[in-house]
Design a protein around this ligand. Structure first.
Ligand SMILES: NC(=O)c1ccc[n+]([C@@H]2O[C@H](COP(=O)([O-])OP(=O)(O)OC[C@H]3O[C@@H](n4cnc5c(N)ncnc54)[C@H](O)[C@@H]3O)[C@@H](O)[C@H]2O)c1
Length: 261
């Protein structure tokens, strides 16, 4: 992906340049980093796996001042520390946040799922998103006016459909929809737009170990008849982070190839 020339940049970085992508070391997060960097943003790639975050930075186009940081979204101390590092480097918090980090796991029926199994997913997918967006948005508001920020939370179409043996994952993703809409309503007048993306089945390492019984029915029920590419989600995220989507607040945009229309 080639980087646009300075001054040609439209949308993503007209007034704001610093972006942060959680879970930016793999899959959809890595593709979001690449699209934002292509569009001229400085990208903080924040991931539990620092090596993979470094790998992403090494792939980014352009001479942007990108940064790889270790982040555990489940841990408020880690979130605060990463934010402090970003502010120290850029003199401001990231105005664009892609709240993308998330995990799935082997499934289990609701009636047999252990509390530990359930909370492991909720802690990363839902609590993590709460902690990161709270810290970044509060910091943006504290850093003076006018505030101009955008947050995109990574949900899942399975929050609407449910998914057999995955109540932990689907419940965490449904919570993200509610978190998105509540925080969007609170923050819109203060200059921060919050939206959400609901991907269908996307080709990433998250799905690498998925059983055929899980993916095949979903692909068969997808009008496009295939899985999505990470870049196809990333372009929508970049749009929602850009001023091109200036009238979108609290939206949950489906990127599913038509699955579950
Ligand atoms: N792949 C799909 O089909 C699909 C569909 C719907 C939604 N999603 C969502 O998209 C997001 C990205 O998924 P992906 O498919 O790219 O997965 P992935 O496994 O390729 O990437 C997830 C990244 O998140 C990081 N991560 C995990 N736990 C973390 C933590 N505690 N703190 C910081 N980083 C952490 C991982 O290290 C990894 O780099 C997730 O929220 C996922 O639920 C994916």
């Amino acid at each position: 992906m080639g980087r646009r020339e300075e001054g040609e940049v439209e949308g993503t970085v007209r007034r704001v340049r610093e972006s942060c992508v959680t879970g930016g070391g793999s899959g959809i997060g890595r593709a979001i980093c690449q699209v934002l960097a292509r569009d001229g943003a400085d990208v903080v790639v924040a991931d539990l796996n620092l090596q993979s975050a470094n790998d992403t930075v090494s792939m980014l186009p352009g001479p942007g001042s990108h940064l790889a940081l270790a982040l555990d979204v489940r841990d408020k101390t880690s979130v605060d520390s990463v934010l402090a590092t970003i502010i120290n480097k850029y003199q401001q918090p990231p105005s664009l946040l892609a709240n993308n980090a998330g995990i799935s796991s082997q499934g289990a029926p609701h009636i047999h799922m252990t509390e530990e199994f359930f909370m492991n997913i909720v802690n990363t997918n839902l609590k993590g998103m709460f902690l990161v967006s709270q810290a970044v948005c509060k910091s943006l508001l504290d850093h003076g006016s006018p505030v101009c920020g955008a947050v995109v939370n990574m949900g899942s179409i399975n929050s609407k459909t449910g998914l057999v043996n995955h109540c932990h994952y689907t419940a965490s993703k449904a919570g993200i929809v509610a978190l998105t809409k509540s925080s969007a309503a609170e923050l819109a007048k203060q200059g921060i737009r919050v939206n959400c993306v609901l991907p269908g089945a996307i080709k990433t390492p998250l799905n690498a170990n998925a059983s055929p019984g899980y993916l095949e029915p979903q692909i068969a029920a997808t009008p496009l008849g295939r899985m999505g590419e990470p870049e196809e989600v990333a372009e929508v995220v970049a749009f929602l982070l850009s001023e091109k989507s200036s009238y979108m607040v609290g939206s949950c945009v489906e990127v599913t190839g038509g699955f579950c229309m």
